[in-house]
Design a protein around this ligand. Sequence first.
Ligand code: ZN
Length: 320
Amino acid sequence: MPDDNQQPKDRKTLDDRAKMSELERLRHSCAHVMATAILRLWPDAQFAYGPPVENGFYYDLECAHRITPEDFPAIEAEMKKEIKANHVFERIVVTREQAIADAQSGRLGGLAERPGNASKFKLDLLTQIPDGEPISYFKNGDFLDLCAGPHVMRTGNIGAFKLTTVASAYYKGDEKNPQLQRIYGTAFKNKTALDEYFKMLEEAKRRDHRKIGKEMGLFAIDTEFVGPGMPLWLPKGTVLVEELEKLAKETEFAAGYVRVRTPHLAREKMYKTSGHLPYYAESMFPKMEMDEHRADRQKIEARIAELEKQLSNYEKKIGG
Ligand SMILES: [Zn+2]
């Protein structure tokens, strides 16, 4: 899930939001329903971000109770009640003053006002809404959240859902900010689609190349001496690699391609030109230090120079 570990660094614009697919709306709506359920169990919870992600949704929250997967059945039971109640996701536009007052009273991201427990993340998120952009809430049942939407019409539109994992995440992805609990779930239009998704995950696990590669003796991974994701091809695996290479060459030759060879590494300038460096620096190998033993090298060079001098003096002596 490439999308999951990233925190929304940039706020979604209203345009981005309008482009949300039907499934994303449903999943994001399910995040509101999950928040509703969590608040029924732990009313002190403070919510931050609750976006849809590639395979579902999450909501980041701060809560004195540490939520674990053992809590999922209780949360899911409350969620089912909220879906069964079929509450409308009602959009309410308010002034900034109203929103600030509601956040200060703890009402935003809550089921009721919570004196002494202000909606601190919502207060901060409010400061990120540019002047002139409407400030809106979405309300389902008692749960009132600061949100620009969009949502499905009613909680009952969420056909099937399941909570999946818990993780921790810094608020806005910044380690200087408080560490929050991130609860992940997924949702679908109906139970068939949900079941298919989990079946697909099981299949993927069964077909995981790391598992198969080991079982079939194709390659070995040595994270300690070589590195993660760097296979050492064993004889059987090497046959496969070479056969694939052969096929690629034959196919390319038949299609009239001619092959070239390039070095495996290049200067930083090239990765800047190719456009990789500005976007993928974090997942690229760091710059190679060409002269990490500079001090040692200088010492050795000095010693060699000294010995050469001695040698030439000696040669002069015996020559003359
Ligand atoms: Zn929302």
